[in-house]
Design a protein around this ligand. Structure first.
Ligand code: PAF
Length: 279
């Protein structure tokens, strides 16, 4: 497994592979866990060459404290990747990725005016900046993203459409801890107390799905928020039930084929997100 820190060396390595088979790509911000590894394994299975990027992208953080404390564990990440069949790790510096500030703005339309887009202004624009750069350098046939970041997947599909890029976006199921908490690099930052209570988020959402046929959308939302907020350690920032394609909130169950409940919860200093499909 190669580790490259510059675009030139990474692209030179890939030039030898290109044309001989497909290139799969898993963009990450590091602090890898089983969720990322499942994306990497899927890419290894489906492609001839797999590239993983590890880069904490400053332009997608709207909160400087969050950027400062985001876990950076490159050595451990490389160790974990060694067992997956990944061919190349691209771990650039900020200067390497942004020799000049990126001034581009993307118009993701209504996809970015709700939920994460509304709560984290500029976040998806920053994701668009880094992902489009990474796609330009790696030029993958397929790129793999986890559905925990449900809205991000929709935004990236839109990005590919806006920029007319020739890459298939593959979305993969959420990987959970045994107690149901969605795997996230941010889980590492939870205090022991917050880690213990955090599975309540998924439990409450599962309960919402189980009960939803006898409740209105509004009742389901309120009940879920109440169940979680009952814990003094958790505070729901939003819980929205949205149309799976437009990401706009629905008022009646019939407004979407597979409505998705999306949640953001503050657990002490850590902000967690998760989602569930109402089937
Ligand atoms: O999902 C992430 O980890 C990041 O948003 C991504 C896609 C790697 C872009 O920095």
């Amino acid at each position: 497994m190669r580790i490259e820190k510059t675009k030139e060396s990474m692209m030179a390595f890939l030039e030898e592979k290109r044309g001989k088979g497909t290139i799969g790509f898993v963009p990450t911000m590091g602090a890898l866990h089983e969720g990322h590894l499942s994306l990497v394994r899927r890419s290894v299975k489906e492609n001839d060459c797999t590239v993983v990027s590890v880069f904490v992208n400053p332009t997608q953080f709207n909160n400087p404290e969050d950027l400062k404390t985001y876990p950076r564990t490159l050595d451990a990440d490389v160790e974990l990747l060694k067992g997956t069949g990944c061919d190349l790790v691209f771990a650039p510096s900020v200067e390497e990725m942004y020799p000049e500030p990126d001034q581009r703005t993307f118009d993701f339309g209504d996809l970015e005016t709700v939920m994460e887009g509304a709560m984290r202004p500029g976040h998806f624009n920053g994701v668009g900046q880094v992902v489009s750069r990474l796609f330009d350098y790696v030029r993958p046939d397929r790129a793999y993203f986890g559905m925990k970041d449900f809205q991000q997947v929709a935004v990236i599909k839109k990005l590919v459409e806006l920029l007319n890029m020739n890459v298939e976006i593959v979305s993969c199921d959420i990987i959970r801890e045994k107690d149901g908490l969605a795997k996230s690099s941010r889980n590492l930052l939870l205090t022991a107390e917050h880690r213990e209570i955090a599975p309540l988020i998924h439990q409450a959402m599962k309960q919402a799905v189980a009960e939803h046929q006898t409740q209105t959308v509004k009742e389901t939302i309120q009940k879920t928020i109440d169940v979680i907020n009952e814990s003094p350690l958790l505070e729901v920032e939003y819980f929205s039930i949205v149309n799976d394609r437009t990401l706009q909130p629905i008022e009646k169950w019939e407004e979407a084929m597979s409505p998705v409940g999306c949640i953001a919860v503050q657990a002490g200093e850590v902000r967690l997100i998760d989602n569930i499909v109402f089937k």
